[in-house]
Ligand binder design. Sequence first.
Ligand code: UD1
Length: 355
Amino acid sequence: MKVLSVVGARPQFVKLAPVARAFAGSGHDHVIVHTGQHYDAVMSDVFFADLQIPSPDVHLGVGSGSHGVQTGAILSAMDAVLDEHRPDWVLVYGDTNSTLAGALAAVKLHLPVAHLEAGLRSFNRRMPEEHNRVLTDHAADLLLAPTRVAVDHLAAEGLAERTVLVGDVMTDVLLTVRDGMADRVPQLPEGVDPAGAYLLATIHRAENTDDPDRLRAIVETLAGLPHPVVLLAHPRLAARAAALGLELRAGSLHPTAPLPYPEMVRAVMGSAGVVTDSGGLQKEAFLLRVPCTTLRTETEWVETVDLGWNVLRADLTGVAEAVTRPRPADTDAAPYGTGDAAERVVATLAERTQS
Ligand code: UD1
């Protein structure tokens, strides 16, 4: 079997790591295509190095652009790559523009498509990711769902027959990295005591960064929190703040560049809480049993909320209260699987390969 993975953005490199590991030594061919959606070293190369992912076989180098330009550039570059490799499966990950373009390029060439992390829904049609995931699910031939809730969403859309519950590959990578980092001291910006109570924050979603009033209100809220806030500034946030003349180094805030994945995991493990609009980080906080406050109106990872480890605070008034709330009751619930999802992905693809 030959599988061609299409990745391009930071969270996809994290998901690729356990999948690439499961392919290594499996006897199957695995081709990695990097679209180039993310290209800064801290957004891309460090993930390949730290998570020991083989270098991409193909790099499309598309870079940034509006949604149409970026998606279109990937789409038009993929034809030649797919023609050359003729894989048994094109495997796409998550919900970025790289996901949708990879899926669309493959179905147009009648190549079977598998979607990893299928079935997530926010039901918020203002989010670019929501279009990407819905369209990708409906185009794909095999839907690899991370959770029961995702399976139910796919069934409600008439896609049950194409769906397999495999668990969440982010659990696989997180558990491995967590165990390797436990003895390390978190690398935090100067002025933040790694042994003290600090919060870890990330903000990058268009809905939070692209409206100047909203962004100003978020920065003001974070700056006023009662603990030091380590703000891992995504390039989109840094660019928007600079354009507005908005100072991120204010009050409790300690802005710093995005961290490599193992360092990020260690920083979350040592924190008193996470404040974020990232999907992956909500779940990582839960898996590390760190309380999370999410600055969005809804979440795809509803299990984190149902189990009490995540609260949604799109309306910023309750954030200070939320980040100082008592820890929720401990739980051994494992809605995101137990760390064997990538093995299941490879086995499911192999079982369903048409000879
Ligand atoms: C993308 C995904 C989002 C995911 C996020 C993780 C889509 C629609 N969104 O959002 O789902 O959560 O990745 O980070 O695909 N930039 C750089 N250097 C880089 C990459 C980006 O400076 O290496 C800047 C550019 O100004 C760019 C902006 O960040 O225009 C946004 O990047 P883009 O890839 O379009 O979307 P993300 O916000 O990263």
